[in-house]
Design a protein around this ligand. Structure first.
Ligand code: FAD
Length: 377
């Protein structure tokens, strides 16, 4: 199998190819921008092409049936959740039925990776956003094993839910015991930026004991502060500013095929942005979730969790964010950003791209002006 065939620019890094390979001939390795891509060991590859077949499999998608605002009633769960506690409410149902949860936690280096949880303590490690692509490792194989005996909840970005479904389809595994939740996703930024920010934090507070990627306890729901706790606390807006400006997202995110109102999860969760204007009676400073019920399985879960949450039926047309209908738009200075990243200090990157965005806009305005004058001539 030719490595290039499998490493197209549309590769989302879902790792379905690595997971399906009968010879474990594929590994996910970081490219120069910090994103994981499949690399094939030619000596181990038997050219069965199962990786390509799996990659090209279309995961089932469903139209949204109903849309709700959601707040979990349990105060502690609400506080430790990123938004309204939708993940807690759904995962409680699966744990009550002795099921197992697959979601994203931090590894020892404070990078995101999938893990599993069969009790509340393990599940609570999955709370909180990690704005980076979580390492899937061999999670899909673990899901397959767990499905033989238990209910399974898998929560991930749409491409990861899609990756799992592609894998299970090609392994002929029944999805009867599986519930999937996809999170509305803006795209994943490079882990290289996160590592630099961590380094900066360590130089300020020493060994890091806790990280909150989007720290709302300090400033309020939706704020873009990241906090790092060591011998003291260090907070910065730089990471989320670079993430939000679309300078350093994975290439495939700019043409993501999952940014549609047809969803690959039984349930979709998001932040209910706009609730303060549209349904101010439901606003809560701890955060409000948007919950999309996409399948009959999703509707059954909703029925079971009704007592533990406050719900309000709303119109998806009022709450559909850009990333539910189209991919994030690439920033016009992506090439300049990566060239600067390779050649300059990180402090320069911060000054130019996270603090002093005016500089970028200034150059852009001049360029546009010159182009317009040339056109007229
Ligand atoms: C990369 C990324 C981009 C996002 N973009 C948007 C967006 O554009 N619009 C929007 O409304 N919301 C976005 N979200 C946020 C998402 O909608 C919230 O995570 C969700 O609402 C969870 O709220 P909760 O209260 O249930 O959270 P919590 O109870 O805190 O649970 C967090 C959940 O998110 C999962 N998770 C955390 N980090 C990751 C990760 N890196 N990869 C996969 N799963 C992860 C955890 O497994 C857990 O299930 C994004 C999240 C991520 C990770």
């Amino acid at each position: 199998m030719n490595e290039k065939e499998i490493c197209a620019s549309s590769c989302s890094g879902c790792a379905a190819c690595m997971s399906i390979c009968p010879k474990s001939a594929i590994t996910m390795q970081e490219n120069e921008k910090g994103f994981l891509y499949p690399v094939i060991d030619d000596k181990a590859c038997i050219d069965c092409k199962l990786c390509m077949k799996t990659c090209n499999t279309k995961p089932d998608k469903s139209e949204i049936k109903n849309t709700y605002l959601l707040k979990i009633k349990d105060h502690v769960q609400h506080m430790i959740s990123q938004s309204g506690g939708a993940f807690s409410a759904v995962s409680d149902i699966i744990l009550n039925e002795q099921g197992i949860i697959f979601g994203v936690k931090y590894d020892d280096e404070y990078e995101a990776e999938f893990g599993m949880a069969s009790n509340i303590f393990e599940r609570d490690l999955m709370h909180g956003l990690k704005y980076m692509q979580a390492k899937v490792n061999y999670t899909y194989r673990d899901v397959e094993n767990a499905l033989k005996t238990r209910k399974v909840l898998f929560v991930g970005t749409p491409c990861q839910v899609g990756g799992l479904k592609k894998y299970l389809k090609n392994r002929n595994v029944s999805e009867n015991n599986l519930v999937t939740v996809d999170i509305v996703c803006h795209g994943v930024p490079s882990v290289l930026i996160w590592r630099q920010i961590l380094k900066e934090a360590k130089s300020n507070v020493g060994d890091i004991k806790q990280v909150i990627c989007r720290d709302e306890l300090s400033t309020g729901w939706g704020d873009s502060l990241s906090s790092f706790y060591g011998r003291s606390k260090y907070s910065t807006k730089h990471f989320i500013r670079i993430f939000g400006s679309n300078l350093a997202l994975r290439e495939s995110c700019y043409k993501c095929e999952y940014t549609t109102l047809e969803r690959c999860g039984d349930i979709t969760i998001a932040d209910a942005w706009g609730v303060e204007k549209l349904d101010s009676d439901f606003l809560d400073s701890r955060g409000v979730s948007l919950l999309l019920i996409n399948t009959q399985k999703g509707a059954e879960i909703l029925q079971k969790m009704k007592d533990s949450v406050e719900l309000k039926l709303v119109d998806i047309n009022n709450y559909a964010q850009k990333n539910m209908t189209e991919p994030s738009t690439p920033h016009r200075n992506i090439d300049e950003f990566w060239s600067d990243y390779e050649t300059k200090d990180f402090s320069y990157i911060i000054r130019k791209y996270a603090e002093n965005n005016l500089l970028l806009n200034y150059k852009y305005i001049i360029k546009r002006g010159i182009k317009a004058i040339c056109k007229r001539k």
